[in-house]
Ligand binder design. Structure first.
Ligand SMILES: Nc1ncnc2c1ncn2[C@@H]1O[C@H](COP(=O)(O)OP(=O)(O)OP(=O)(O)O)[C@@H](O)[C@H]1O
Length: 523
């Protein structure tokens, strides 16, 4: 499939969203002009900030005391006492790579006792046995105030990797929260469900220290969100609703100095890029610490990412320069005739949900909303109790389907790529790709809904000649995780198409279903 065909497919899938987006764009033109001026000012400020930071970082480095950061992170004694060989062993075993332009050389934390967080936060996080590698390696830099790009496999604890230092920074030495000073932390996520999940994780921490956190996303009334925004220290948001609230003047982001883009590569794709630029333009450009976290970090977004960041430290776990999947997932790929897919799906469900596996949770991915709706009906017809989550459903239906699947009330969920990234659903045993996604990155995220937090899982993918242009990329991912590569897949060739910014990525974009659809036109 050519690049234009991919774009065309994306447009068809997104139809309504594209049109809505254009209208919004038009309305915002005036505001954009204002922003353009502000952007110029921000760039100037950023330059100034850069040189200030470069000086202070350089100072720390020439002091040759790697344990001391520019903003007060002090390596604790217990960590200082760890033998260098143990540190080296940890870095090697977990394939930790740290690229720091300022070469601060901060040691990873091998245990929670190697970091001095506020007690309430420390007690909460210490319920886990030890930091995951991305937490271990990124916290020292984050606690030092550095910009960080964190790249680690799906299900490896990235939410607390960026969440813990954020909350910790808003607490004073006496354990009380700092005086209210507007919204200080903003985390942006591509989907409502993921925003809500990040919020659920953060309030575990903020509740302990009396901080206010809120979550804003589309598809639900704004009133409560407006009220919450007035008193929140930390906000988790999807871009569309946040921009709506910004436009109507219900939210002030000028104090935000800790900004997180979760699923960062997705957030930097065309479709989100302009929204993200606008949102970032509203934050405190002089003091802002910017974080980007993801499991996939394609080259195509790196340049754009760097325009929002200042001397970022890149912390990656595993060989993240190549697209790699979680190695605890058994990946099965079957090349099939497109017409046999739905029959094949029924066979797979018998395989993965019968006998002792009767109650195992299975997540099925379709590509299109219409396809998902049709398959849902077909499964119900065949006696399956299936929930569905896709963009044609109301937010209430989506939330209910996800909750039922999470709680185990239903054990079969059918989804489009709205559920591909980030969702942490306990005990998903198998992911079935009924239709292959538009990119291999999305494949890695989809199958990452299983095998989380150290568990194992299986993915079963039906691959057809309609996706043959992605065969090379898929073969690389299978090889990278030591998984068998079917002969039929190799027959399609192992050529990998070079991607360009905007021509790849999950097509899914959240829209506000409470709004009435307008006339649909395609470019
Ligand atoms: N230190 C830890 N030890 C064990 N489990 C942890 C630790 N930190 C977080 N977890 C758990 O690991 C699970 C996965 O974490 P999380 O959802 O943050 O993954 P992620 O890396 O963001 O995944 P994705 O790339 O899919 O978004 C969660 O259930 C979380 O509670």
């Amino acid at each position: 499939m050519s690049k234009d065909e991919v774009k065309d497919r994306k447009r068809k899938v997104e139809g309504y969203e594209v049109e809505e987006h254009k209208k919004k764009h038009h309305k915002k033109e005036k505001k954009e002009k204002k922003h353009h001026k502000k952007d110029k000012k921000d760039k100037k400020n950023k330059k100034e900030k850069k040189s200030e930071d470069e000086e202070s970082i350089a100072e720390a480095v020439t002091n040759s005391k790697p344990s001391l950061s520019t903003t007060g992170y002090v390596q604790n004694e217990e960590l200082t006492n760890v033998a260098q060989s143990e540190i080296d062993g940890f870095l090697k075993e977990n394939e930790v790579a740290i690229e720091d332009p300022a070469k601060m050389n901060l040691r990873p934390l091998l245990s929670f006792s190697h970091v001095s967080l506020h007690k309430e936060i420390q007690d909460e996080i210490a319920k886990f046995p030890k930091p995951t590698p991305i937490q271990a390696a990124s916290w020292p830099y984050l606690l030092s105030g550095r910009d960080v790009i964190g790249v680690a496999e799906t299900g490896s604890g990235k939410t607390f990797a960026f969440g813990v230092p954020a909350v910790n920074a808003l607490v004073q030495n006496d354990g009380k929260k700092k005086q209210y000073d507007g919204i200080k932390v903003l985390a942006i996520s591509p989907t409502r469900e993921l925003a809500s999940q990040i919020y659920d994780n953060l309030i575990i921490l903020t509740d302990k220290v009396g901080l206010e956190c809120c979550c804003v996303y589309g598809g639900v009334p704004k009133d409560d969100q407006r009220r919450q925004l007035k008193k929140s220290d930390i906000v988790v948001a999807t871009p569309g609703r946040l921009l709506d609230l910004l436009q109507e003047g219900s939210v002030d982001l000028s104090n935000v100095n800790y900004l997180v883009l979760d699923e960062a590569d997705r957030m930097l794709e065309k479709g989100f890029e302009e929204d993200i630029k606008r949102i970032i333009g509203e934050t405190n450009s002089k003091k802002r610490q910017t974080l980007m976290f993801t499991a996939t970090w394609p080259k195509e977004v790196r340049e754009l990412a760097s325009t929002f960041m200042n001397q970022p430290v890149k912390v990656s776990i595993g060989n993240r320069d190549e697209l790699t999947a979680n190695k605890r997932i058994t990946q099965i790929v079957e090349v099939v005739d497109p017409r046999s897919k739905e029959r094949k799906l029924l066979e797979l469900l018998k395989k993965y949900q019968s006998g002792p596996k009767k109650n195992d949770k299975v997540l099925i991915f379709a590509l299109y909303k219409k396809e998902a709706a049709r398959v849902e009906r077909n499964l119900q017809y065949n006696g399956y109790n299936v929930s569905a989550i896709h963009g044609d459903l109301t937010q209430q239906q989506r939330t209910q389907a996800l909750n039922e699947f999470k709680s185990g009330k239903s054990n079969l969920l059918l989804a489009t790529d709205v559920a591909a990234r980030g969702l942490d659903i306990p005990n998903v045993k198998t992911v079935i790709n009924l239709t292959f996604p538009l990119t291999v990155e999305d494949y890695v995220h989809r199958i990452g809904r299983t095998g989380r937090a150290g568990q194992t899982g299986t993915s079963h993918t039906l691959f057809t000649d309609q996706e043959k242009h992605l065969a090379g990329g898929l073969v690389n991912v299978l090889n990278g995780a030591n998984q068998p590569v079917p002969e039929d897949l190799i027959k399609f060739g192992t050529h990998t198409k070079k991607k360009e910014h905007g021509a790849y990525g999950a097509f899914y974009k959240d829209v506000d279903m409470s709004k009435k659809p307008k006339k649909i036109t395609f470019d």
